[in-house]
Design a binder for this molecule. Structure first.
Ligand code: BES
Ligand code: MN
Ligand code: ZN
Length: 497
């Protein structure tokens, strides 16, 4: 890793020992699941009435730490109603326990029932929830307060390390969680620490380590390619742009070719359409969350054994106002020749994405999935937990919806209402970069749709889900890494139609 901003979580994650079986004698915290009804585990040493006196009812998401004079700390972990337990609830429950035991490096969770999940699935989601919940961004703290997790053990009915399916599920969960923590580290990194140039360097290192190809296009190469969108947005910046092309080839014959496109605005000031002063703009260092999710997902493809070929395009630059910045009324020419009138320089994401989508079409991929922190409208419509998905092909949209159900990153499909398309008409160019006041997530998607030229496509708008204000389920405060696990899962299930 080169000097200033390595990816600290990467090393931490690799160091955590994950085991399935009896709690080890050196565990410093033991968690026991308690449902809202039924028996309380005897190990807790308290009955339901005593727990309820302390305000603990077994509700999902709740926990109660029971201090001990000696020996490991005991934690009652709310498991909710027994009939409602499933893989997602187990992931959440593991996250709740991992946070309740945050002062401890060696923890063990004893789960008394698995609900609808089988033992291997349970071992996987418990591992994933634990790793994701214990993530903190400490790279820039001189004295990090967070205690790094060293070992987590899960006691699960009917499961042991010796079981090949269980061990495989735990291994897969580590790979999957890693994609998200890499994306989180990148999104949490301050904007001047993570420039487009630096992003290219990190991609090269990750490619060498995790077995995918990386080609970095600088300003001269982008000019040669005619990427007028990425170059136009970059005009106001003192930093060079980078287009980072990622390539993954499976060992055997490929089941299809998937293209992934990520918005990589390293910092979005709005440009000449400068954003007003607002605490929300502190988050604009995360406007590369789409590119981070794609890069994170690529780190998992080889180890997870993806059978499809995958090519990624990360469109990286910041969006700055200056004497050289692109202006309102300017017309940019995309890689595919489409001319675009800039009516608002803050609608820059779609402008950098247009060149990448055009390149993916040229490459002849079987489908395109793009991911972008694209519109405030997505945040307004669905909030911080659910991301809109739109597309021109129901099969590809359904693949993302199915993956979303597996990874617990909620998506909700919005209609790609083509009746709104005339809002993007321009008097001087082929397209304008903004629509009207309403349905902002849809008009942004309609803009991207133009460049897909009917290649099957789905678009994930993660402007709302890129960050949370407080720990929630698998999300840790700050960048969530939303989309990284979902894209990995989608790539694993992808086949050519
Ligand atoms: N990066 C922003 C979108 C965003 C908003 C992400 C809030 C995360 C949280 C994007 O580039 C943007 O500025 N979009 C504008 C588009 C508008 C000018 C048409 C928006 O949504 O206001
Ligand atoms: Mn913007
Ligand atoms: Zn933006």
């Amino acid at each position: 890793m080169s000097s200033s901003a390595p990816l600290p979580a990467l090393t931490i994650l690799d160091a955590v020992a994950l085991t399935v079986g009896a709690a080890p004698s050196d565990a410093q915290a033991l968690g026991f699941t308690v449902f809202t009804t039924g028996d309380v585990p005897a190990e807790l040493g308290l009955d339901r009435a005593a727990l309820e006196r302390a305000g603990f009812t077994g509700k999902a998401g709740s926990s109660l730490v029971l201090p001990q004079a000696e020996g490991p700390e005991l934690v009652a972990v709310g498991a909710g109603e027994e009939g409602e337990l499933d893989a997602a609830a187990l992931r959440d429950l593991a996250a709740t326990f991992a946070r309740a035991a945050a002062r401890h490096a060696r923890i063990a969770l004893i789960v008394s029932a698995l609900g609808s999940a089988d033992a291997a699935t349970a071992a996987g989601v418990l591992s994933e929830g634990t790793l994701l919940a214990r993530y903190t961004y400490t790279a820039l703290k001189t004295e990090p307060k967070a205690i790094a997790l060293e070992a987590a053990t899960f006691s699960v009915p009917g499961a042991a390390d010796a079981d090949a399916a269980v061990a495989a599920a735990v291994g897969a969960a580590r790979v999957c969680a890693r994609t998200a923590v890499i994306a989180r580290d990148l999104a949490n990194t301050p904007p001047s620490h993570l420039t487009a140039t630096k992003m290219g360097e990190i991609a090269v290192e990750l490619g060498e380590r995790f077995g995918f190809g990386v080609e970095v296009f600088d300003k001269a190469a982008l000019t040669e390619l005619g990427c007028g969108g990425l170059l136009g947005v970059n005009q106001g910046s003192a930093e060079e742009p980078r287009m980072i092309k990622l390539t993954y080839q499976p060992e055997g014959t490929s089941t299809g070719h998937l293209g992934l496109v990520g918005k990589g605005i390293m910092y979005d000031s709005g440009g000449i359409s400068l954003k007003p002063s607002d605490p929300m703009h502190l988050l604009m260092k995360m406007d590369m969350g789409g590119a981070a999710a794609v890069l994170g997902a690529f780190t998992g493809l080889r180890e997870a054994g993806a059978a499809a070929s995958v090519t990624g395009w990360l469109m990286c630059t910041d969006n700055m106002p200056s004497g050289t910045a692109y202006k309102l009324g300017d017309v940019l020419t995309a890689r595919d020749g489409t001319t675009v009138e800039v009516k608002n320089t803050d609608a820059e994401g779609r402008i950098v994405m247009m060149d990448a989508i055009a390149l993916a079409v040229e490459e002849g991929v079987d489908a395109i999935i793009d991911i972008a922190t694209l519109t405030g409208a997505a945040l307004m419509a669905l909030g911080q937990l659910t991301a809109p998905v739109l597309g021109n092909d129901q099969r590809v949209v359904d693949l993302t919806l199915a993956a979303s159900a597996v990874t617990g990153e909620p998506l909700w499909q919005l209609p790609l209402e083509r009746k709104y398309r005339p809002q993007l008409d321009s008097d001087v160019a082929d397209l304008a970069n903004i629509g009207g006041r309403y349905a902002g997530a849809t008009t942004a998607a309609l803009f991207l749709d133009h460049f897909t030229r009917k290649t099957p496509w789905a678009h994930l708008d993660i402007a709302g889900t890129m960050a949370v204000d407080a720990d929630e389920s698998w999300r840790s405060k700050g960048a969530t890494g939303f989309g990284a696990r979902l894209l990995l899962e989608t790539a694993l299930t992808f086949t050519k139609a």
